[in-house]
Ligand binder design. Structure first.
Ligand SMILES: [Zn+2]
Length: 90
C-alpha cells in the first residue's frame, strides 16, 4: 500500500514535470477572470455612486429618473445609488 502510494505520488510529480502546461494554470485563469469580474462590478458601482453624488449636488437625488417620484427611503438605504423607484426598476 505504502509503495503504491509513493509510486502514485512519483508518477504524478513526473507527469507534472513533463507537462508544458502549468497544472495551476486553469485555476489561475479562473481566479483572474473572477478578479476581472469583481473589478468590473466595482467600477460599475463606483460610476453609479459618482452619478448618485452628481444627483446629490444637483438636488435631484432620491427622485426617480423615470417618473420623478421620490424613491422610498428603504430602497435608498439598500441601494444608495438607485436611479429609479421600485416600480420603474421592474
Ligand atoms: Zn419611477
Amino acid at each position: 500500500m505504502r509503495s503504491d502510494h509513493e509510486g502514485f505520488v512519483e508518477a504524478s510529480l513526473h507527469s507534472n514535470a513533463d507537462d508544458e502546461h502549468d497544472p495551476e494554470g486553469a485555476t489561475i485563469a479562473f481566479e483572474r477572470s473572477q478578479v476581472a469580474t469583481l473589478a468590473r462590478q466595482l467600477t460599475h458601482q463606483l460610476a453609479e455612486l459618482d452619478a448618485a453624488r452628481e444627483r446629490l449636488d444637483a438636488g435631484t437625488y432620491g427622485a426617480c429618473e423615470r417618473c420623478g417620484a421620490p424613491i422610498p427611503e428603504g430602497r435608498l438605504e439598500a441601494r444608495p445609488a438607485a436611479r429609479t423607484c421600485v416600480a420603474c426598476a421592474r
